[in-house]
Design a protein around this ligand. Structure first.
Ligand code: NAP
Ligand code: GLV
Length: 309
């Protein structure tokens, strides 16, 4: 029983140790060490090097180490019949909620603005926004979006949501599909993107969409860089229609040093850390799926390649 671990972020040994300790009967290999590639049927992967799957002709099941699977579904070298699963985990969801709540308060209470004033020794009190004055609009009401909605509601925010299929949630108004998108946006003062990256959602955060938000709206993108048209965001902020943005994900990661986001005073950036899979929390579901796969049973959190998420 062998599994290959493929990731390029320096965390292979950490994950290998956690997996090996939990399942000593399985051989876990880093893709960088010697192993019999043509016999490997299962991979656990986070943002693999392009072309790597050509080396694994027997591959039948790939588990993403994260919630997103866009990097796998975009790889034309992964055969269509290879099963793909993703992480759905309460810790991942609560980490995401905590990040978004932090970003909302730093916007509402002008904390970033004051930090830059502080560096220049400027004393300049500015009006702030109260919880009761803000409606948060969540694009993507899945595992992460629905947890965020609950947490925001508990704090006292008004929340609206948008997804592909209609949701009925008693404490909030939910919208679905293209037809209801404009109405959802018109009610949103702070927009949070938690969509998966698919052909339908690529570049969805663009100038026409920003134009449908009320003036002064704030934008938080914690999903994928590919959702955002970078120059449209900068333009709408510079025109004053969007008051600022918090970004955790980018078209290219790390973001190139010359990118205008770095120096923009109204853009708060973090390096794709909103919610990071925790080995302790996630290893049990990776192993559960491994054994299900071996027994030919249905996998947990299998992705629909047709739907794209
Ligand atoms: P999920 O459970 O699959 O939820 C996706 C939601 O988006 C669902 O509500 C879905 O609608 C909706 N959706 C999909 N396509 C749509 C479309 N064309 N129009 C409208 N709504 C659409 O995903 P998740 O676990 O919440 O994760 C969301 C994303 O967050 C991941 O794909 C990943 O890219 C990102 N993420 C980022 C970080 C980070 O650290 N920055 C961490 C984890 C995840 P239905 O409910 O109708 O299916
Ligand atoms: C992180 O970006 C994830 O998809 O889990």
């Amino acid at each position: 029983m062998s599994v290959v671990i493929i990731r390029q972020d320096g965390k292979i040994e950490e994950w290998k140790l956690a997996l090996q300790l939990a399942a000593p009967e399985i051989n876990f290999y880093s893709y960088l060490e010697d192993h019999q590639k043509d016999r490997i049927e299962v991979a656990m992967v986070w943002k693999h090097p392009q072309g790597i799957f050509k080396e694994y002709p027997s591959m039948r099941y790939i588990a993403s180490f994260g919630a997103g699977v866009d990097f796998l579904l975009q790889d034309p070298e992964i055969p269509a019949d290879v099963k793909i699963t993703r992480v759905v985990d309460p810790v991942l969801a609560s980490d995401m909620s905590e990040y978004v709540i932090g970003a909302l308060f730093s916007f509402m209470k002008n904390l970033i603005h004051y930090r830059s004033d502080q560096i220049k020794a400027i004393w300049d009190p500015t009006p702030y926004i109260r919880i009761r004055d803000l409606t948060v609009g969540i694009m993507g009401m899945g595992a992460l979006g629905s947890c965020l909605a609950k947490d925001l509601y508990r704090i006292g925010f008004k929340v609206v949501g948008w997804s592909r299929s209609k949701k009925n949630i008693d404490f909030m108004e939910c919208f679905s599909g293209e037809k209801q998108r404009a109405e959802f946006l018109s009610k949103t003062n702070a927009l949070v993107c938690l969509l998966p990256l698919t052909p339908e959602t690529t570049n969805i955060l663009n100038k026409p969409l920003f134009g449908q938000l009320p003036p002064g709206a704030y934008v938080i993108n914690v999903a994928r860089g590919g959702h955002l048209v970078d120059e449209d965001l900068i333009d709408m902020i510079n025109r004053g229609h969007i008051s600022g943005a918090c970004l955790d994900v980018y078209h290219q990661e790390p973001l190139p040093k010359q990118h205008p986001f770095w120096a923009h005073p109204k853009i708060l950036m973090t390096p794709h850390v909103a919610s990071v899979s925790d080995a302790q929390a996630v290893v049990p579901q990776l192993l559960e799926n491994y054994f299900r796969f071996k027994k030919g049973e249905a996998l947990l959190n299998e992705v629909s390649t047709l739907r794209g998420y």
